[in-house]
Design a protein around this ligand. Structure first.
Ligand code: ZN
Length: 65
């Protein structure tokens, strides 16, 4: 049985975005600054990165770095 990945943030219900952060694929919420790696680890991004990401509200791949 497959478990579908979440498509919206559990905290703020905003759609999650997928980004390429210096070669690492992260999926998370630009509003809460919560990001999950492909390993399942949670991390935060630098504030400068978040400012750019908050302009984007749809599920899309964004390349940083
Ligand atoms: Zn959120």
């Amino acid at each position: 049985m497959l478990v579908m990945p979440p498509t919206s943030c559990k905290q703020c219900d905003q759609p999650l975005v997928e980004i390429d952060h210096w070669g690492e694929r992260l999926i998370g919420c630009p509003m809460c600054n919560r990001w999950q790696t492909s390993d399942g680890e949670w991390c935060r991004l630098a504030p400068d990165d978040i400012v750019a990401l908050r302009a984007i509200r749809k599920l899309d791949t964004i390349r940083l770095g």
